[in-house]
Design a protein around this ligand. Structure first.
Ligand SMILES: [Fe+2]
Ligand SMILES: [Fe+2]
Length: 280
């Protein structure tokens, strides 16, 4: 404790000085996963899953490459995984051919690999809210991106992508993508499952999905999630491509939608598996 402090300063600064003694600054850079084995597999219809298991979080991080006249990558992965994901993209297409890089909400595992935008013709695709709320005011962000409102579509050759705005399903700016010709749904962080299972499952892992949502606290309330889920049921997708976990075959999809409709899973004080104590 410095001797020169006045009585007033001692009262107000002592707790801060004390906290500094017991809580030294800690580097968090190790949170960006780097040493992750990344695999690629074609799921179907020229849609590739590029996936790495991140042990720290107990989930896979999946990117999806849709090969077409104008190929699209959905999610980029976090920045630490960029090189390994880029290698896998290059196994399917030359990087210069990549036309669209889509992220479905503003979060580092969705779009930490922004280096994909250095490719000659790659355009960033996002929701209209991601554009207005985040990109438009972010330091160093190029204004050159394409954003979509609900139900707008984009043709990439043989494929036609429909954009579905899903506000407050995890984030305010969230959207999902539905590829109409193959009936493929890209729901981002909805229908995710923990663990490293097969690229495609028809098993019911909905119980562990719900447990994961409760522990991680990614949904503020159930209502917007259920409203979106009912809309997704009406699309009756052939294959569901979540960002974490396995792709879900259409035969198993009702198990996951039922679990969302029938269970409570919204935030109750748990964040990334840790209890946030109420401060009174
Ligand atoms: Fe997310
Ligand atoms: Fe995610």
């Amino acid at each position: 404790m410095p001797k020169s402090l006045s009585g007033y300063e001692k009262i107000y600064l002592m707790p801060i000085l004390y906290l500094n003694l017991i809580m030294p600054e800690v580097s968090r850079t190790f949170y960006s996963p780097k040493d992750v084995d990344v695999e690629i597999s074609e799921i179907k219809d020229g849609i590739y899953r590029i996936s790495g298991m991140v042990d720290m979080h107990g989930i896979t991080f999946n990117q999806f490459l849709i090969d077409d006249e104008k190929p699209m990558l959905i999610h980029t992965g976090p920045v630490g995984m960029y090189k390994k994901i880029e290698e896998k993209v290059k196994e399917v297409i030359p990087l210069q051919k990549l036309a669209y890089v889509s992220f479905l909400h503003f979060e580092s595992d969705e779009w930490g690999g922004m280096a994909f935008l250095d490719s000659a013709d790659a355009k960033l695709v996002c929701s209209d809210l991601s554009s207005k709320l985040n990109l438009a005011g972010w330091h160093g962000m190029s204004a050159d991106h394409v954003s979509f409102w609900d139900n707008e579509t984009l043709n990439t050759g043989k494929r036609r992508f429909r954009f579905i705005m899903t506000p407050h399903v995890h984030h305010w700016d969230s959207m999902m993508i539905y590829e109409e010709t193959t009936k493929s749904l890209f729901p981002s962080d909805l229908f995710i499952q923990p663990g490293n299972n097969k690229p495609v499952i028809s098993e019911d892992l909905s119980e562990s999905m719900i447990a994961l949502y409760r522990a991680v606290g990614i949904f503020a309330s159930e209502e917007p999630v259920r409203r979106t889920t009912r809309r997704l049921i009406d699309l009756s997708p052939n294959m569901v491509y979540p960002m974490h976990g396995s792709c879900i075959d259409s035969s198993a999809f009702p198990k996951y939608t039922d679990a969302i409709i029938k269970n409570n899973f919204a935030y109750t004080g748990m964040l990334l598996g840790q209890k946030l104590e109420d401060i009174s």
